[in-house]
Every structure is written in C-alpha cells, then in structure tokens.
Design a protein around this ligand. Sequence first.
Ligand code: F0G
Length: 459
Amino acid sequence: MTAFQRCINPKCRSTFGITEVLHRCPTCGSLLDVDYEWDKVSVPKSLKYFEQLWSERSNPVRFSGVWRFHELLPFAPIDQCVTIGEGQTILQKNDAVASYVGKDAGSLFLQYEGLNPSGSFKDNGMAAGTTHGRLVGAKQAACASTGNTSASLALYCGVSKLMKSVVFVGSGKIAYGKLSQALDYGARTVQIRGDFDDAMQRVQEVSKKKGIYLLNSLNPFRLEGQKTIMFRVLEALRWEVPDWIVVPGGNLGNSSSFGKAFIELHMLGLIDKVPRLAVVNAAGADSLCRLYNDEGLRWNGGDIDTAKIDAFYAQMDQENRRADTIASAIEINRPVNLTKCLRALDFCNGVVRKVTDQEIIDAKAQVGANGFGCEPASAASVAGLKKLVEEGVIGKDERAVCILTGYQLKDPNATVAYHGNDRDFFESYLGKHGITEAQYANRPVVVDNDIEKILDVLN
Ligand code: F0G
C-alpha cells in the first residue's frame, strides 16, 4: 500500500495501515498524518499537468475541486472517492478590499470557499473524510462543531447515504444558518449544554465507546482534502506561489493542512518557493496567539514544549476562561490541531495575530460591500491582513491571499444586526461581544406605504 498513517512526532514516527481507524498515535498520543510512499505514486512532473484534467469535467471525480488533484492525495482508489461537486471555488482579485487593508491594487486575492455545496471550506475535507469512512465500512459518522463541520457532515451523509450522521454542537453556540443545515440534511443533532471545547471532548469519548467514525479535523484524511484549497489557489494564480496565505484559526485544521500541502509540494519539487502563512485568531479565542507570541511556543523540530501547553490550559481552566467571539466558527480555546499548526508555521515562516470582534465585523462589512460576502470568522483573515499591513509585516505590494472560509448566509443575524436599525438587536447580538460601532452599515430605510414618500426616499 502506498498510503499509510504516520505519527507526526519525530521521536516516534510510528506508522499504521490506511484502514486503521485512529484519532491519535496509539504509541505516543500525538496527531497523525496521512503519508505516502511517493516514489511508488505517479506524481506529475509539473503542476501544469492538472490543467488537462479540466477537459475531463464530465467525470464527477475530475469535476471535483478535490479529486481533480487525486495524484496529490492518493489514499483511495479514484473510483471509490466520494464527491458531491465540492471545490468549485474561485480566487478573486479584489482591489476595493485591498484598499481597505492598505494594500496596492492587484496585490490582494480572496479565495471564496463559501461557494462549496454546504457553504464552507469543510466540504473539501468532508469529501476526503467520508471517502476514508467508506473505505473502512463506517455506518455512522460523528463530529463536534461550531456549525460548519456539522453542516458539511450532514450534507455528505445525507446525499451519499453511505453512513448516518451525528453532530454535537454547543447549545446556543452555533449560528442559525448552520444549525438549520444540520437539521434540514437529517443529522442526529445533539445540543450539549456547553461550548465547542466541551462538545469536542465528548464526541471523542462517544465515538470511541460506540465505534462511531469521527470526522473532526483530528481525522487526518479530512485534512488531506483541505490541502486542495491551496492547490486551487496556485492553479488560479497560474501556479505562481503568492507571498502570503492568510487564514482564520479555530481548531487549526486548515492552517495545518495548508502547511502539509506546501511541505509536500516543495518536497516533490512542484514549487520552488514557499508562501508565508498568517493565522488569525479572534481576540476572544486566542490560545494559539498567546502560546505562539507570548509563550514562544514553537514546533522546534517536533520537540514541542508540551509542559508549556499543559500549564497554559491549566491556567485557562483555573481562570475559567471560555472562548467568546462573534466569529462563532472559531470560538475555540483548545484547538486540537495545535501541534500540526506549529509545524505549518515553522515550515511557512508563519506569524500569528489576533483581531477584535469590532475589527472582524467591520472587515466583514467591507468584504460584503465589495465581494461575495462571508461569515464573521472568515473576515478575521481580512482583519488580520489589515493589521499585518499596518505593522509593516506584510508589504503593500506583496501578493496575499485571504481565505474566506464560509458563506455570508451562514450567520445572517450578524449581518442584519450590523446594518439594521434595531439597536436592541445590535446590542444583544453584537454589543455583548464588545462591538460598539457599525461604521460601514448600509442602513435600510423604513418608509410609509406611500408612493410620494417612497420617491422622496430615493431622491
Ligand atoms: N472559518 C470557518 C467559517 C469555520 O467554520 C472554521 C472552523 C474556521 C474558519 C476555522 O478553521 O478549525 O480549521 O482552524 N469551523 C469548525 C466547525 C471548527 O466545527 O465548523 P480551523
């Protein structure tokens, strides 16, 4: 078998078969990667190879923006790959948003992952994760979620009928757009009285006890699918590597998979430059930022100072600090992929920043006014870029790609509260997160049902 699972800890490096269902390395407890005997895989000599596959778009697996790159994630036979048409996303050069963040025209690109079937980047991972679930004969799959993973899992299970889905969400913690998807697509939905970190803990216990297949980003097969977001960014840039990738950080699956994508592309000689990675936390869910910037936690060749992490979480618990942000998708204080993200930051010479909810919601309004719109967590990438340009870390002329991870309609309340006239709604939805202003609000006008008055309003 050319594909296998491997522990990411360089001191362990234990390997396991592709059909073993594991959440962590049974030897040392570290996270696992999917790895390949690349010399036995027919890897294309140039990324240009993938262009010819556009002509095979009548074949669903080549239509898929994930499986079009099957050669770079070849853990399942191509005829076994699950797809519902994910990855038809676009990279849009956006000069208006560039101007907002203080960048030169032509230097900012937005990668719209909200255009996926369930409206978020998770579908890239779910196509790969459910493919592995099918390989191992899973009958039931579960995840904990701040909303998008649950929507995606529910959709993939609902459409493919390969397995039933169970989703664990924090009660009152997920935006209605996402909750409505899980319910509509038929997932068994368990609302735990707690937050995402509680749900994540419980889903691991439950899936172990009941033998349910886990489809959180702890699952290394899911992250294989998310590598393709980077392949599509490169494809859209005619295979030119940008200077920066800017991504919101929650459970840190995306940043981890982007790092793995670049490690592999570089090792395979398919790129000659590695972009820098900027991971952006919400200020109210900033464990990575604190650990990386304040505590100096690093990958350190895989020899991570885990005592530092343990002490950090112990202190967090002692202070009873819970994640709290309008960007509910990234309202996470214990990111399960922390160590993999450190590896990505190391390889990509990365930086980590945090942005306030006010910065996030303003950036979201700017994206909405000038693009396809996004949910609050996605706008953290734009707000983070603005900060990094102001700091001079990212040059005005450097090519930067912000990943817009989820679609605007995921959280309509956030948008209506910001733009609307209802101050009570503003306070209850946004004000409680410390948001005080709506400087980019596009206020609706209320007018009597009278033609003269309506015409007056439009003057
Ligand atoms: N943006 C959106 C829209 C998300 O839904 C998430 C994660 C992230 C960013 C953060 O990505 O976890 O890979 O760092 N949402 C997860 C969920 C946790 O359950 O839907 P990450």
